[in-house]
Every structure is written in structure tokens, then in C-alpha cells.
Design a protein around this ligand. Structure first.
Ligand SMILES: *[C@@H]1O[C@H](CO)[C@@H](O)[C@H](O)[C@H]1NC(C)=O
Ligand SMILES: [Mg+2]
Length: 303
């Protein structure tokens, strides 16, 4: 019995390892870059851990301590001793958790020793899986809403790292370990080539089918409207109610600017039933929206 369970867990691990790539051509391009990273690949680490696990399982089969042996074998793979999370003395998984929980704020760059970790997180299946959990929750919430039927319910979407991904840029600029370069980043934005974030688009389309109107609210500036519309359309977005861009030269924090725009929506009679973004500054500041959803983003911080 214990052996059967252990085998099932091993199979699950193998599936996780094998399933770490994700669909969509947009996600495949930068993978070749990842192979050049100066770290042991995540796949190698996981394969090694799975191999250790298999050895442990066969030796444990004859003993009564199969389950404790299994837990011990899993520890290097999943736990705090994992060589996936700990690199050069910086526990990158703990760093990422602190970022996502908003314990860590006002940071400027990803720790240099976490470049490989963040690269693996973003390009492997983990980022996609984390995003999927967020969107599954958002869709379940949206489907449970009782709509007034007057067409006034809206859902606010951030754009960068929420609706579109700038991963092709960050993959060639150190995965957030280098200081922000407005010149080169804006050059990238003006290409209009940012790929879709498929989980967010799934939410976007579901909301439209439910009768909830998406509104884009972005820190991109008004002078980037045309290329932003082009990029969104190229990536399969259509049917949004509004696209709100920041006035050029506006000096305001992201929280002040975005909450101010949401207030205007509310003043115009709209009901913000949901709000999704990758930064805490997308979802903080009244009116936040009836419910907020935070997508993962270990690449950069916007206050
Ligand atoms: C920022 O990007 C521009 C355009 O690619 C480049 O010329 C410049 O050297 C970069 N600045 C820094 C500090 O790396
Ligand atoms: Mg964003």
C-alpha cells in the first residue's frame, strides 16, 4: 500500500517534470536563451532529485519506513534544502515569496544570484501554473456574481505582465537583475510584439461572455496608445470597453494614478467587480474593485 502510494507520487513527480513546458509559440522562443544561463538547468536538478527518489524508493521497499524515506527524498526537491531555490547563499524562493506577499517593497533589481532562478521560474511551467491558479479563482468568482443586467459591471485589467508579457525583453536583459533602462524598454514596447499571457486572456474572454466589460488601465503613456492597441489586437484581444493610459508627464505614483482612474469609472456609474494586475500598486488604493487578483511577477517592482 505504502509502495503503491509512493509509486503514484513518483509518477506525479515525473508528470510535473515532463509538463514543465507550456503551450503557445510565444513561450517557446526565449527557451533557447535559458539554455545559455550559467546554472544547472532546473530540469537537470529535478531529474537528479527524481533519480534519488527512485533509488530511495527501491531501497525502502523492503523496510517499514517507506513513507518517511519518501518524505526525506522529496525534501531536496520541494523543500527549503532544494537546490532549485537556494543559489549562492540567497534563498531565491524565499525572496520571491516575500515579493509576492508584499513583505518586500521598493526593491529595484532581482538579486544577481537569482537570475537563473527567476529565468527558470518564468520560462518553465511554474509561472504559467501560478497564473492559472489565479485565473481559475477569478473565473470562479466571476461566474458566481449576480449581475444587475444593466451592462455597468466592469473588470479592470493591467497590461504589462498581466495582459501582455515582456518576457522576451527581460530574458535578454538579465531577468530583472539589471537596473531598469527606459530607453531600451520603450524601444521594445514600440515593436508591439509582446506576447499574450494566455491565462489572463482566458479570463478576459470569459468575462466578455458573462457580460462583464474589461477595461485596460495601464501605466503605459498616452503616446503609446496606437502601438498598445496594435499589440493587444495582434495577440487576440478585442472587445474591451476602454483603454486608459497615463497622460504624458503626469507625476503621480502608480497607486494614486490608478485608484484615481478607478474612482472616475465609479463616478461614471460603473461597478468595478474585479481588478487584476501583477503589481500591488495595481490593486491597492480605494476604490480597489470588489475583488482583486494578484498575478505573479518576480521581474520588477512598481510602487
Ligand atoms: C539603455 O539602452 C540603450 C538602448 O539600447 C543603450 O544605448 C544604453 O547604453 C542603455 N543604458 C545602460 C545604462 O545600459
Ligand atoms: Mg503590470
Amino acid at each position: 500500500m505504502a509502495m503503491a502510494m509512493a509509486t503514484a507520487k513518483l509518477v506525479l513527480l515525473m508528470v510535473l517534470v515532463a509538463g514543465s513546458s507550456c503551450g503557445g509559440s510565444a513561450w517557446r522562443g526565449p527557451l533557447s536563451l535559458l539554455r545559455t544561463l550559467p546554472t544547472t538547468t532546473a530540469a537537470q536538478s529535478v531529474e537528479a532529485a527524481a533519480e534519488r527518489l527512485k533509488e530511495d524508493l527501491s531501497s525502502a521497499a523492503s523496510s517499514a519506513s517507506a513513507s518517511s524515506s519518501l518524505i526525506h527524498a522529496l525534501r531536496p526537491l520541494m523543500g527549503s534544502a532544494g537546490d532549485l531555490g537556494l543559489r549562492a547563499g540567497v534563498p531565491c524562493d524565499s525572496w520571491r515569496l516575500a515579493v509576492e506577499t508584499y513583505n518586500k517593497r521598493d526593491w529595484t533589481t532581482v538579486p544577481g544570484s537569482c537570475e537563473g532562478y527567476v529565468g527558470h521560474y518564468m520560462l518553465g511551467g511554474h509561472y504559467r501554473r501560478d497564473s492559472r491558479v489565479v485565473v481559475d479563482e477569478a473565473i470562479a468568482y466571476a461566474e458566481g456574481l449576480k449581475l444587475a443586467g444593466n451592462g455597468k459591471e466592469v473588470w479592470v485589467f493591467d497590461i504589462d505582465e498581466t495582459s501582455l508579457s515582456n518576457l522576451p525583453y527581460y530574458a535578454t536583459h538579465g531577468f530583472g537583475t539589471k537596473p531598469y533602462n527606459a530607453t531600451s524598454f520603450n524601444e521594445y514596447v514600440l515593436e508591439g510584439s509582446a506576447p499574450v499571457l494566455p491565462e489572463s486572456q482566458r479570463l478576459f474572454k470569459k468575462l466578455i461572455s458573462l457580460g462583464i466589460k474589461p477595461v485596460f488601465l495601464t501605466g503605459r503613456t498616452e503616446d503609446q496608445r496606437a502601438i498598445t492597441v496594435t499589440n493587444l489586437r495582434r495577440q487576440g484581444y478585442s472587445g474591451w470597453m476602454d483603454l486608459l493610459l497615463k497622460p504624458v508627464g503626469l507625476k503621480a505614483t502608480a497607486i494614486a494614478y490608478k485608484s484615481g482612474e478607478r474612482q472616475k469609472l465609479q463616478d461614471a456609474g460603473y461597478v468595478i467587480v474585479g481588478n487584476i494586475g501583477d503589481q500591488w500598486s495595481d490593486i491597492l488604493g480605494a476604490p480597489e474593485g470588489a475583488r482583486t487578483f494578484k498575478l505573479p511577477d518576480p521581474l520588477y517592482y512598481i510602487g
